[in-house]
Design a protein around this ligand. Structure first.
Ligand SMILES: [Zn+2]
Length: 165
């Protein structure tokens, strides 16, 4: 007798995952967007993409922000709800391992803005960037201020500029 494998979620049809990702790339809601397909034990979405299995939030992050700056970069969750399978494109950005850990521990001692590469921005610009969160994509905001989407993400994550608040 064949072993019955129980899947929490129905198995996605071929092409369905890709379609869902592309459809939700422009998702503009503020709340978390839960991965509707299979997840791993840690709660992160599993995704078949480009011939292999990947973390769904990583694929989404790449769709929005392009390739990670280095292979060691992690797709960090602004919302801290990766283990709930969040793949909201607005909640994701590339962060180095230490940045990601820093974000996870949150609101610890932060480096002052002057030591960060984003220090060329004025306070008023930082405030403006944060006000654009959810209004424009990181890429669009980055273009407006001549900074990278990753830097926009960091500012919104309050890394480096946390002392402003
Ligand atoms: Zn989220």
């Amino acid at each position: 007798m064949a072993k019955t494998i129980l899947h929490k979620k129905p198995r996605a049809k071929p092409g369905e995952i890709k379609k869902w990702l592309l459809n939700n790339k422009a998702h503009d809601g503020d709340s978390c967007l839960e991965w509707p397909f299979a997840k791993n034990k840690a709660g992160y979405g599993n995704c078949k993409w480009a011939g292999g299995y990947k973390n769904a939030h990583r694929v989404m992050c790449e769709l929005i922000h392009g390739k990670p700056p280095t292979p060691d970069h992690e797709a960090a969750h602004l919302c801290g709800r990766g283990d709930s399978g969040c793949v909201n494109p607005r909640h994701l950005c590339w962060a180095s391992k230490s940045e990601n850990n820093h974000q996870k521990t949150e609101h610890g001692t932060q480096l002052r803005g002057s030591k960060q590469p984003t220090s060329k921005l004025k306070r008023s610009e930082v405030v403006r960037i944060r006000s654009l969160k959810g209004v424009k994509s990181y890429r669009e905001i980055g273009k407006m201020f001549s900074i990278s989407p990753q830097q926009v993400c960091k500012i919104i994550l309050r890394q480096g500029w946390g002392w402003l608040d």
